[in-house]
Structures are given as C-alpha cells and as structure tokens.
Design a binder for this molecule. Structure first.
Ligand SMILES: [Zn+2]
Length: 558
C-alpha cells in the first residue's frame, strides 16, 4: 500500500533537503520526499492520499541510550513524597510500614529522597530504624547512585565491618571503626542481595518477560520513538523476551543492545556472551554489537573521575575503573572483534583518559596494520575540560547526551564536590558540536518514576531552555531557574538531528533510518504543533498524534 502525504510541514533531518511538504512511502521504504510540484504522482496510481493541513511531520525519534530492563524492574518500588524534610520522609515510611505489614511486603524499597537532604556523611541506619526496624528497608537517592538502608537490611545482607567492599565505586560508607553507617554507594548491596532474599524466602517481582516489558515499549510507541539503544542488556531473559516479542510481530521499534563488562580481564568472557546473543537473538529489528563499560561514577555521589580534588576533601579526585593503558587494551580487543565500545563517563578526568586511550589504540592499530572499525561512544560527558573539547571530532568519538538533564535534573548535588566555577562549566556541548563531533541524544531513564522524561520533546525543551520544569533550580540563585551558562542552550535543529540522524549513526542505522530520505524506512511521527513555531519553553507540550513504523500507522491515524 503506497501512501502520499501532502500539505505537511516536514522536517527531514536530511541536510540535502531539510524542509518538504510531501512524502510518499510504502511498507518497504520512502519513495519521495520534497515539494509536491516535483513529485511524480503518476508512478503511484493506487496510492492513498492524505492532506495534513499543514501539520508537522518528523522522522521517528531514536533514543540512543535508555534502560528498558532497569525501568521494568523498578515498577514495584514505592514512591516517596518529594520533601527536603527528613522527619516528613520518616513519617511517611513509618505509616507505610504500619499499613503494609511484613507478611505482605517483606522488603520495602522506597524512591526517592533528595540526594542533597544530607551532608557528605550521609544518612544513618539508626535514623531509618526509627521508622521501620522489623524488616529490611531501602531508600534510593534521587541521583540513583546512593542508597540508605536500615540495620535489619545490613544484618540480612550479612554485611558488617569485616565485609570487603565489592569494588572501588561500589562501597558501604563506614564509621571510624569500619562499621557500615547505612549509606551505600552504587548499589554495592546488590552483590549480597541473594543472601537477604534467601533469608526472607521472598524475591522481588523483577522478572523480565514480554509481558513485564510491554509497558516500556508501549511508552516508546506513544512517544514516537521508533528505534533505541539499550544502555546494557540486564540479563539473557531480557533479550530473549524482546526477541520473542519480535517473533510474535509485537516489537514496533528497532533495538540495539549492549553487553556490559567491568575490566580487561572479564572482557573476553563478556564478548563470548555477546556472540551468543548475536547467534540466538539477531533479527530484522534486533542487533547486538556493542560492549558497555562504566569508567567512573557520578558527580552527585562524588565518585566521578575529576581533574580537581573535591572542595571539602583534599586528595580525593573521585574514582576511575581503569587507567589509560588498560582502556587501550579494551579498545584494541573490541576493534579486532569488530565491536563498538560505549562508555559511561561523567568527570573530566574520565573524559581525558577516554580520549587518550582512543588516540593510543588507533596509533597501535595503525602500526600493526589493523583497520580501525571500533566506534567509540562517550556517554554523559557531564564536565569536559576546555582543552579536550575538540578531541572527539579529531578522534571520531561520538558524544551521547541525555537532554533532559540539561536543566540541572540532579540539582546542586555536584556542588558538594566541585567548585562553583567548575559546576557552572558542566553540561556544555556547543563547543564539542562546533568542532565537528557527532552528537547523539538519549534519555538514559532508569526507572518507572522518571519514564515520562524520556519523551523526546520534553528532553528537547529542557536542553533548548536549560530549565527543568519539574525540578527547577532555585530562581533566587539562578535567574529564571536557567542552569548556567546560558550559552550552553542547544539549538532546535541540533537537538532534532541528535535525536534522529545522530542517534542513527551511533547505531550504524543511518542507511535505513534517522532522516526522511528516499530509500530509508518510513518511520515518522506527526505532531500537533510545529516545534519551530512555538517558544522553546512549550516544546514539551507538543503531542505526538500519529506514529508510522515501517510504513504502517501504529498509533493514531492519518
Ligand atoms: Zn545509562
């Protein structure tokens, strides 16, 4: 069935023809994009013709870093009221525990408390015990990298002063005697969770099945996201479930998966896992060709790798998972295997180590006559030293940024560690883009709590205005709640390209999607308003009326 759409306001993401008013397509591909006077309508005598009356039509969005597994596994968590008052929070937790006895909820997982509610020493287990002490309780911080647990939880995890921390990033904060205080970094508790669940004879409802994942994929469809990259595949159940959805004809999105590794020594084993996934779960819509590494932590929890010592803790430069030499070896192995490497990096030292490693690995590969095929993607890059800003363009590194963080989603927490000057240098991508690097945009949402923020027009609004409408910065300190510097606002064309063709290039899908170019798939969205016609602070209100995937309407109508 051929479809002709005319009288539309089309933004194509194709530099050769950015604006158009007519598009012709069928289930296999786009046949024409341009102006109706140039369209050869005779070629399509049986086509259905639709007049959009000037409505806006865009390429389907591509979210190039998002976490379906984590979002789905979080759906049983209990939402805390948003408050900066610890007593109000504890009162809520206490009442919740009274209303839901231990037999009903053997383990309570609350989210979120504001990360900045406590000082650098963090909250204590005793404080949480004062609300509930009969069963394990966990409160996750807003930044998702620090949690607060009670004494019962530490007891059932089997964690005490003699328990070594699982890793440099994953630690239990301790008092002078080495006893865990109840404050935990980077889900260090997960390593001991099985011990606790066995003791409780209860497991959280976190199975990843086609059924449990369907809510996430429905959200993508309704948001006009027609392709995505998974921040990493949680487990085999997850990729298997997605593959089964595809076999049943229910996967209406292109899916690019990544496999996580921790260091050079476990990389070969994880590559073997990736090969297994490729063999079992590759389909028209699914591919797995990328390794994922977390190189540092986050600014909010003070464990990002920084070029500067923490302002209140001399000698503390944060944490890094590996230094340049080891990362060079990882790049060389991925390159030999024909795999991409997607790296979580937040601090400016992590960014520098990443650039140094790519530069060195490319040199060694050239000396050995090995062609360079590995595509490095640096995700987050929340603070980059000015001296390194032009390196991604020179080294062919792609930068992946989550637009909806641009207003200061994680607020002022990084200020506990960074000077005001450095805090004000965060989240700047215009110099990187101006030097010619490729930017891909994403949401990186990790829980159901924030899933709505993965709506691309929401992220675009925040990055275009530097104001977070949900969690605005204090306007008395930051005029109009704009996160400084104002010069870091991103332009609408840059944002749309990064959410479409830029993300397609990151995923090697540029020949089949990312722009409304003849020969590519007919993946597109129709919006109720044109983002170019309204003020940037209203872009998030735009509604997706219709979504077309591979030439077929999957939401709304024409
Ligand atoms: Zn992520």
């Amino acid at each position: 069935m051929t479809t002709i759409i005319k009288n539309a306001n089309i933004y194509t993401s194709d530099g050769a023809c950015p604006k158009a008013d007519c598009i012709i397509f069928d289930e296999s591909q786009i046949h024409f994009t341009g102006h109706i006077k140039d369209a050869d309508m005779q070629r399509f005598p049986d086509a259905q013709i639709y007049d959009l009356g000037g409505k806006c039509l865009l390429p389907g969005f591509i979210d190039s870093h998002v976490h379906p597994g984590w979002v789905t596994k979080s759906l049983w968590h209990i939402r805390l009221p948003w408050t900066e008052d610890p007593q109000e929070l504890l009162a809520f937790i206490r009442t919740y525990g009274q209303d839901h006895p231990k037999s009903e909820y053997p383990f309570l997982y609350f989210e979120y408390y504001p990360t900045s509610m406590f000082d650098e020493k963090g909250p204590t287990k005793e404080l949480l015990d004062s609300a509930i002490s009969d069963r394990p309780v966990l409160c996750q911080d807003f930044g998702e990298h620090l949690c607060w647990v009670n004494s019962k939880m530490l007891e059932l995890l089997g964690v005490d002063k003699d328990t070594p921390d699982p890793g440099p990033l994953e630690t239990f904060i301790r008092d002078e005697d080495g006893n865990p205080t109840g404050w935990v970094r980077e889900m260090a508790w997960i390593k001991f969770a099985d011990h606790m669940f066995r003791a409780l004879n209860w497991y959280p409802p976190e199975e990843l099945t086609a059924d449990s994942l369907s809510g996430f994929f429905d959200f993508l469809r309704d948001s006009g996201i027609t392709a995505m990259a998974d921040g990493f595949i949680e487990n085999e159940d997850q990729i298997k479930a997605i593959y089964e959805m595809d076999r049943a004809g229910k996967l209406q999105v292109y899916y690019d998966g990544m496999v996580r590794f921790w260091n050079y020594s476990d990389l070969p084993e994880k590559i073997a896992t990736l090969r297994e996934y490729q063999k079992l779960y590759t389909s028209k819509h699914i591919k797995v060709n990328t390794m994922k590494l977390f190189l540092d932590g986050t600014n909010e929890s003070g464990n990002s790798a920084s070029l500067h010592e923490h302002i209140h803790d001399a000698g503390n430069f944060g944490e890094i998972m590996m230094e340049t030499d080891e990362l060079v070896q990882c790049f060389l192995l991925c390159n030999r295997e024909g795999l991409d490497l997607h790296i979580h990096m937040v601090g400016d030292r992590a960014f520098r180590v990443g650039c140094d490693a790519v530069e060195e690995a490319q040199k060694i590969a050239a000396q050995k006559g090995e062609p360079w095929v590995c595509q490095p993607v640096f995700a987050h890059c929340e603070v980059v030293d000015p001296a390194d800003m032009d390196r991604p363009a020179r080294l062919g590194i792609y930068i992946n940024w989550s637009c909806h963080w641009s207003g200061g989603y994680f607020g002022e927490e990084a200020m506990n560690y960074y000077s005001d000057e450095k805090w004000r240098r965060m989240y700047q991508f215009n110099p990187i883009a101006d030097s010619g690097a490729l930017l891909a945009f994403s949401s990186d949402v990790v829980t159901g709590y924030e899933l709505h923020r993965a709506y691309p027009f929401f992220g675009i609004q925040v990055a275009a205005t530097r104001v977070d409408p949900e969690f605005p910065l204090n306007p008395n300190k930051y005029p109009s709640s704009i996160r400084p510097p104002e010069s870091a606002k991103l332009s609408l064309p840059l944002l749309l390209k990064g959410y479409t063709i830029g993300s397609a290039i990151q995923c090697h899908w540029q020949d089949k999607m990312g722009s409304l170019t003849p020969g590519k798939l007919a993946n597109m969205v129709i919006a109720d308003q044109n983002p170019f016609d309204i003020p940037a602070e209203r872009i998030g209100d735009i509604k997706i009326k219709t979504v077309i995937f591979e030439g077929k309407v999957i939401k709304g109508s024409l």
